[in-house]
Design a protein around this ligand. Structure first.
Ligand code: GLN
Length: 431
């Protein structure tokens, strides 16, 4: 049948493309007939590996399906492989993978973005029609922008994280990466919903496709002034400007709005996320998940296993998190960051009292050359526009909008919490 043909074709394209792209960590040669989908390798698919692109989980086989995977399987999706990522989803380029970087299908000397770089490259290259990613600070939207595809981070609480390896639980969401907005809406209808296995999920019966293909009523757009600030590529500033004019030509209202609080987002996130990392990753101790380096004593076993198993960025985050949570520094860092997080959320809510959507570039830059960045701070600063949506739990989409120096540019549209269907609808109209 057709599903057999689709999976066969998908596996053939992977066979042809992936030796260079490296979008997949593992390929499921036994995939059943269905709609071919790639799943980020921090989401469990029963019987396949879940490596999180880490040496510490290199031989781990998932004993159960994540809720999202179970739902997709029941709707005839077929998992053709597990996609590459930055180790434990910490990164913005997929260069921090223990399995080597993923390359951008538009220019193979460049990164695919991250951390869901494998998922974005797999969709952009036609290896699969859809892939799942996870987004803690931009990891669905930024690689989608770099690869010229659509990436959607749902409102916090709409999609179950049961079976997702936790990075920073107060920020993590699973979402789709697709060629077009409609496909993302269709996937959302399948994966969303309250789940007993994830107590942060909420009951909201949203039809994510309700505005797809329809003319939207007049909406108000706030273009964040910060889109034109320091550190944003000129070509990207130009696309934002054109985007604003285009939206206006569709009959919507557009205004430039100063959202100064955006400038605190990176500092806030890089306190909160590592704090949660230091706690979430303590479970990888050489006892519970297989991989172990034997040693004389328990403490030495932990040290050797974690010392060898984790890569440099993951260790950096664990150390930062352990430091900021330590009793002497808790008030100065973690508590302060929580306050600023609330301040940023409040500011965004205020903007949404007057506007339906907030627009920024997804990333201040386009895809860069593999190996060209070495300073961790340079990576952290790339997340400036994507982080606010995670801190505030908002839905946000990245849609391709032209190019800058021949590389794809993504525009981000953010909406109030649970306005996911409207965000998808407006993105579909613009696309
Ligand atoms: N680049 C960000 C980080 O390194 C975001 C990652 C993500 O969303 N998983 O933490």
């Amino acid at each position: 049948g057709y599903g057999e043909y689709l999976v066969k074709t998908s596996l053939e394209v992977i066979e042809k493309e992936d030796s260079v792209l490296n979008a997949f960590i593992s390929v499921n040669k036994d995939a059943k007939p269905g709609i071919p989908i790639g799943i980020k390798d921090n989401i469990n698919v029963k019987g396949l590996g879940t490596t999180c692109a880490s040496k510490i989980l290199k031989d781990y086989i998932a004993p159960y399906d994540a809720t999202v995977v179970k739902k997709l399987k029941s709707m005839n999706f077929s998992i053709v492989g597990k996609t590459n990522l930055d180790e434990f989803a910490m990164g913005a380029s997929t260069e921090y993978s223990a399995f080597g970087p993923t390359r951008n299908p538009h220019d193979k000397s460049r990164v695919a973005g991250g951390s869901s770089g494998g998922s974005a490259a797999a969709v952009a290259s036609g290896e699969v029609v859809v892939a799942l990613g996870s987004d803690t600070g931009g990891s669905i939207r930024q690689p989608a922008a770099f690869c010229g595809v659509v990436g959607f981070k749902p409102s916090y609480g709409l999609v179950s994280r049961y079976g997702l390896v936790a990075f920073a639980s107060s920020l993590d969401q699973i979402g789709p990466i697709t060629k077009n907005v409609e496909d993302s809406a269709i996937v959302m209808n399948i994966i969303a919903g309250k789940d007993e296995m994830d107590s942060t999920t909420v009951e909201r019966n949203i039809d994510f496709t309700q505005f797809i293909g329809k003319k939207m009523p007049k909406k108000r757009f706030a273009i964040a002034k910060q889109s034109f600030g320091e550190g944003v590529d000129d070509g990207i500033k130009q696309r934002v400007d054109e985007f604003a004019k285009f939206v206006e030509s569709l009959g919507h209202e557009v205004e430039l709005v100063d959202i100064d609080e955006i400038k605190y987002s990176v500092a806030t996130y890089y306190i909160i996320a590592p704090a949660e990392v230091s706690s979430n990753l303590s479970r990888f101790d050489g006892v519970k998940y297989g991989y172990r380096i034997s040693a004389e004593g328990l403490r030495e076993m932990y040290e050797k296993t974690r010392g060898y198993g984790f890569g440099e960025e993951v260790k950096r985050r664990i150390l930062i998190g352990t430091f900021t949570l330590s009793s002497a520094y808790y008030d100065a860092y973690f508590e302060k960051a929580q306050k600023v997080r609330r301040k940023i959320s409040k500011k965004l809510s205020e903007v949404f009292e007057n506007y339906d959507f907030i627009v920024t570039p997804t990333s201040p830059i386009t895809a860069f050359e593999v190996g060209s960045v070495s300073d961790p701070l340079v990576y952290y600063l790339m997340d400036i526009f994507t982080i606010p949506a995670n801190l505030a739990g908002l839905p946000a989409i990245s849609v391709p909008f032209g190019k800058s120096q021949n590389l794809p540019v993504g525009i981000q549209i953010m909406g109030p919490r649970f306005s996911d269907a409207l965000v998808l609808g407006i993105a579909d109209e613009i696309e």
